[in-house]
Design a protein around this ligand. Sequence first.
Ligand code: ADP
Ligand code: MG
Length: 253
Amino acid sequence: MSTMVKAEAVHKSFGPVHVLQGIDLEVRTGEVFCIVGPSGSGKSTFLRCINHLEKINAGRLYVDGTLVGYREKGGKLYELRDREVAAQRRDIGMVFQRFNLFPHMTAVENVMEAPVQVKRVPKAEARKRAEDLLDRVGLADKRESYPAQLSGGQQQRVAIARALAMDPKLMLFDEPTSALDPELVGEVLDVMKALARDGMTMVVVTHEMGFAREVGDSLVFMDGGVVVESGDPREVLGNPRHERTKSFLSKVL
Ligand code: ADP
Ligand code: MG
C-alpha cells in the first residue's frame, strides 16, 4: 500500500498563534481519511498546508512522495518557485464549506474553466468532459444553470465536479456539508461515497460521523493542533480512549 500524504511533525503558526503543534499522520493511497475535532483545532489549516494555501513552519509534509512547497538539498529546504507550486497544486482537488463557484458562469463553464485555462485543454473537449462529470454528480439537467439558480447541494456537487475536472490524485474536503440545509446533506455525501468507491484518495474534514463510520478507512481526532487519537473510524468513534475525544464525541453524536 503506497502513501499519498505523509505529515511528520508539521508545525504552523500565525504570528504568535501556534496552530499546528506537530502533526504526524499518513494517508494511504485510495483511502478515505477523516479528520474530526472541535472548531479551532487546526483542521482547515492542515488541509490548507497540503494544498499550498499555507506554508508550514517546521516538519515535513509530503504528497505522493514529494515534499510540498519545498525542495530539499544537502539537508536544507528551499522554497519552490511559483510555477513549481502551481504544478504541485494541479494534482490536488479541494472542496470548501462554501462552494466558491464563479457566479457569472454556468455549471458546465465552471467545471471546464480550469482545464481550459490551466491545462490548455481544447474547449470542445473540456466541455464534453465537464458534461460527463456533471452527469456523474447527478446534474446532467443543470449544465446550463448559473450557481444562483442551484440549491446549495447542487452547487456543492458542481464544486466537486469542478475539482475532479483536473484529474486530481488527491481530493481534500473541508466540511463540505456544513453550510447545507439538512435535507441537502445526503446528496453531497452520496457523491462523495461514489467517489470513494471509485478509489479516489480523500481527506475529509467532517462532522458527519455517520459518513466517517460508513465510508472512512481511517480517522484522526485533532484537538489543540495535535492528533490526539487515530485509527479505524468505527473503533475511534465507538470506543474513544482519550478524555478529549470522549468529550468531543458526546457533544456531536
Ligand atoms: P478548524 O478548521 O479546526 O476549525 P482552523 O484551522 O480554521 O481550525 O483554525 C485554527 C486556529 O488558527 C484558529 O485559532 C484560527 O483563528 C487560527 N487561524 C487560522 N487561519 C489564520 C490566519 N490566516 N491568521 C491568523 N490565525 C489563523
Ligand atoms: Mg475549519
